[in-house]
Design a protein around this ligand. Structure first.
Ligand code: 1C4
Length: 443
C-alpha cells in the first residue's frame, strides 16, 4: 500500500466531525486576554472556517482585562468582593467603552475571512445582539455590588433567529434590566447561560492556559462533572479558573453535553479540539467519557486500523480479519468520548484453565502516556480473576519493562501452556515472556 499523505489522513479523520458539527450551535467564550493583535486574527480565521463549514456560532467576549486597564489609565479605583468586581457608576462607563472597542476589533478580525481563500469570500454577517436580560447582584454580605449583575434571562428566540439568518452572534458580557439599566456580567456566566438557553451542542471557553490543571499539576484532558466538582472543592485553582470551571459545571447541569476549555493562544487548538480524535485542552461531560467494554463484530474495522501500524512494526503479532472475527469477544476496547483509544485481549487455554494470556495490548499513538494502558491492564486483571485465572502471561518484544514495573516477572517459554509453546516456537518472534501471579496479588 502506498504511503498516505498526512493531509489526506488528517482530512479523513476530520470528516466525521465536520459532518457531525454541521448545523450545530457552538457557544464560544473568548477570554478578555485574547482580544489582542496576536491571538484575535488567528482565532477569527478559525471561527470563519467553522462558520463556512455550517457551524452556528455565538461568540461571547470577556472584558475584564480591558476594563481594568481603562480604570487604571483613568485613575478609577477598583474594588472586589467575593472575587467579583464591584461595578460603580464610573467603572460602568469603562465597561461600555471597552465593550464597544472589543466588539469593533472582533468584527474587524472576523471580516478578514479565513486564511488563503482561493477567491474573495463573502463577508460573514455579524450581529451584535442585546440578548441578555440582567438583574443586579444586589448586596452581598453588606457590600453593594452596584452595577455588577447576573443573567436574568436569555432571549434564545432572538439568538436562533440571527443564527438562522446565517450570522455569527456577538454578545458582550452586559445585560439590561427591564427598567433599562445596564449591568456588567461575568463573561463565563453569560456564555454558560446562553449555551443552556439555546441548547448548544458545545460550549468552548478559550483562555490563556492550555486547559484545567489538577491537584497534581498535570492538565486534565477529560473531566466529568463529579471530577470537576472535586477539583473545585480542593481549592487548587486560582480565582478566575475556579469561576470558569463553575460555569462549565453549571452548563453541564443545564444540559449542555460537552464543555471544552482550551488555549486560545495556541494557533489551531480550536480546530484540533473540534476535528481530531484526541482534541486539545480539557473536555468536560456529565458522565465519565472513558469506558472499557467488550468488543463486537462491528468494531473490527476500527480495531484493525488501530493494530495495523503496530503489526507493521512487528510490535504486535499479525492478526488477520478472520482471527479478529473468531476471537472478537476476547477483546476489550477503551473508548473515550466514543472514540477508540486502546484495546487488550484475554486468551484462555483449554488445556490449562488457570493460565491466561494478556494479548494485543495497544493504545493509539496520540493517547499514550495518559494512563490508558494502565486502565486496560487493570480491567484485564479483573476479567482474568473473574475467569479463575491464577497466572497471567504477556509476550512482548518491546514492552517487558512496562510489565515489569507493574509486577510482572520474566519467565521461560516452557511455563506457557503447551498449545501456546508450540505457537511461540513456530512464529520465531523470540518474544520475552512475562508473568503475573494473580494468586499473590491483592484483588
Ligand atoms: N517500555 C517501558 N515503558 C513504557 C513503554 C515501553 N515500551 N511504553 C510506554 N512506557 C511508559 C511511558 O514512558 C510512561 O512512563 P512514565 O512517564 O509514567 O514514567 C508509562 O509507560 C505510561 O503508562 P500508561 O499507562 O500511560 O501507558 P500507555 O501509553 O497508555 O500504554 C502501551 C502503554 C505499552 C500499551 C502503549 O505504549 C502502546 O500501545 N505501545 C505500543 C504497543 C505495545 O508495545 N503493546 C504492548 C504489547 S505486549 C503482542 C500481541 O500481539 O499479543 C505480541 C505477542 C508476541 O508473540 O510477541 C501483547 C502484549 O500485546 N503482545
Amino acid at each position: 500500500m502506498t504511503d498516505i499523505h498526512p493531509f489526506v489522513r488528517a482530512f479523513r479523520e476530520a470528516a466525521p466531525y465536520i459532518h457531525y458539527l454541521r448545523g450545530k450551535t457552538l457557544v464560544v467564550c473568548l477570554d478578555s486576554a485574547l482580544s489582542d493583535e496576536a491571538a484575535l486574527p488567528l482565532l477569527a480565521a478559525d471561527l470563519n472556517l467553522l462558520a463556512a463549514l455550517g457551524v452556528r456560532l455565538v461568540l461571547v467576549y470577556g472584558l475584564q482585562r480591558q476594563v481594568e486597564d481603562l480604570c487604571r489609565q483613568n485613575g478609577i479605583g477598583l474594588a472586589y468582593h467575593r472575587e467579583r468586581r464591584i461595578t460603580t457608576e464610573a467603572v460602568l462607563q469603562q465597561v461600555k467603552q471597552a465593550s464597544g472597542s472589543v466588539a469593533a476589533d472582533i468584527q474587524a478580525a472576523l471580516s478578514l475571512g479565513f486564511a488563503h481563500a482561493p477567491q474573495p469570500v463573502k463577508r460573514l454577517p455579524v450581529v451584535c445582539g442585546n440578548v441578555l436580560w440582567a438583574r443586579p447582584l444586589g448586596v452581598w454580605d453588606g457590600v453593594d455590588m452596584q452595577y455588577s449583575g447576573q443573567v436574568r434571562k436569555t432571549d434564545a428566540v432572538a439568538v436562533n433567529r440571527y443564527l438562522d439568518g446565517g450570522s455569527i452572534v456577538l454578545v458582550a458580557p452586559v445585560g439590561i434590566s427591564p427598567i433599562g439599566q445596564l449591568y456588567s456580567l461575568s463573561a463565563y456566566e453569560a456564555a454558560q447561560e446562553i449555551a443552556v438557553a439555546v441548547k448548544a451542542e458545545k460550549l468552548l471557553f478559550l483562555i490563556e492556559e492550555n486547559g484545567i490543571f489538577g491537584q497534581d499539576g498535570n492538565i486534565c484532558h477529560t473531566l466529568n462533572a463529579q471530577e470537576a466538582e472535586e477539583i473545585l472543592r480542593s481549592g487548587c485553582l486560582k480565582n478566575d479558573t475556579e469561576q470558569l470551571l463553575q460555569a462549565a459545571v453549571q452548563a453541564l447541569d443545564g444540559g449542555v453535553s460537552r464543555v471544552q476549555i482550551l488555549s486560545g493562544r495556541n494557533n489551531g487548538d480550536v480546530l484540533r479540539e473540534l476535528f481530531t480524535r484526541h482534541g486539545a485542552g480539557t473536555s468536560l461531560s456529565r458522565q465519565a467519557m472513558t469506558r472499557i467494554r467488550t468488543a463486537q463484530e462491528s468494531d473490527i474495522p476500527e480495531l484493525a486500523a488501530l493494530l495495523a501500524p503496530l503489526e507493521e512494526q512487528g510490535i504486535l503479532r499479525r492478526r488477520d480479519k478472520a482471527e479478529l472475527e473468531r476471537h472478537i469477544r476476547r477483546f476489550f476496547l477503551l473508548e473515550n468520548d466514543r472514540q477508540l483509544y486502546g484495546c487488550v485481549a484475554l486468551r484462555t487455554f483449554a488445556d490449562a484453565p488457570h493460565i491466561g494470556e494478556l494479548e494485543c495490548l495497544a493504545v493509539s499513538r496520540e493517547a499514550r502516556d495518559s494512563g490508558y494502558g494502565e486502565q486496560l491492564l487493570a480491567h484485564l486483571l479483573k476479567e482474568a480473576r473473574r475467569a479463575g485465572i491464577q497466572r497471567l502471561f504477556a509476550l512482548t518484544t518491546q514492552t517487558a519493562d512496562w510489565f515489569a514495573e507493574r509486577g510482572f516477572q520474566a519467565a521461560s517459554a516452557d511455563e506457557l501452556p503447551f498449545e501456546r509453546q508450540e505457537i511461540y516456537r513456530s512464529n520465531r518472534r523470540q518474544s520475552k515472556v512475562m508473568v503475573l501471579d494473580l494468586s499473590l496479588q491483592a484483588a
